[in-house]
Design a protein around this ligand. Sequence first.
Ligand code: C2E
Ligand code: MG
Ligand code: MG
Length: 249
Amino acid sequence: LARDQFEVYYQAQVSLETGRIIGAESLIRWIHPELGVVSPAKFIPLAEETGLIIPIGEWVLRQSAMQVKEWHDQGFDIDWVSVNVSGVQIQRSNFADTVYGILVETDCESHLLELEITESTVMHNTEYVIDVFDRIKHLGVRLAIDDFGTGYSSLSHLKRLPLDKIKIDQSFVRDLPNNSDDAAIATAINAMAQSLGFTVIAEGVETRQQASFLKKIGCQQGQGYLYSRPVTASEFTALLRAEQLNNKK
Ligand code: C2E
Ligand code: MG
Ligand code: MG
């Protein structure tokens, strides 16, 4: 962080109905001088152990808020940037205050920011998480559950959370549409989440067949290599610009 070696990449989130980019997920990368690009799967668990996830997470949030405000101010049609939040940030910092402070500091409208927390984090320490989520929701920030289907959700907890969105974990998307178990699970998660009033996005969409199956079951949004890999902010700006031109045609 001190050497400025982190960078935030952005991955498109699209409407399955129209195929258009409607949002983006922020994904941190460590650009190491010798090791090259280090995956967050490698260093986030360490940062969580050492507590460094708190300043790192705050940095990602600030970058993402500044970036989405910039895209919005430039007139690009992007509805939100979604930022991953670790359970450690929620449990060991005044997280709702941090979010509020960053919104004020960056002058970012709260509805442009979405936060994603993994299902396993939410189902740990639920009472505390519900309290923090309620405070964040009051700010007007959107909330999503990441990796849904992998974390033993209690449905009685789920209905008490002020959620906007559920992300179907990519492990259920990978073998669609042929694996009948995954097809049944994706269909059931989508139906349950939508009847609770949540938007549903599928992660890890790589093929047209997966996308058309998801669209057929009524899933609203998708994210994955089929649309775009995570790219730098300037590459993402180019994607938004290309879309803007396409829509004018
Ligand atoms: P995640 O939040 O579930 O992010 C989705 C991961 O799937 C990302 O990996 C993304 O690059 C990858 N992905 C996207 N589309 C596809 C696809 O079509 N196929 C496949 N096979 N993979 C796809 P990434 O960027 O390596 O991030 C891994 C995890 O690290 C994230 O999982 C998230 O839990 C964590 N992470 C990333 N950035 C941050 C951050 O800023 N803060 C925190 N706390 N965690 C982060
Ligand atoms: Mg995520
Ligand atoms: Mg995920």
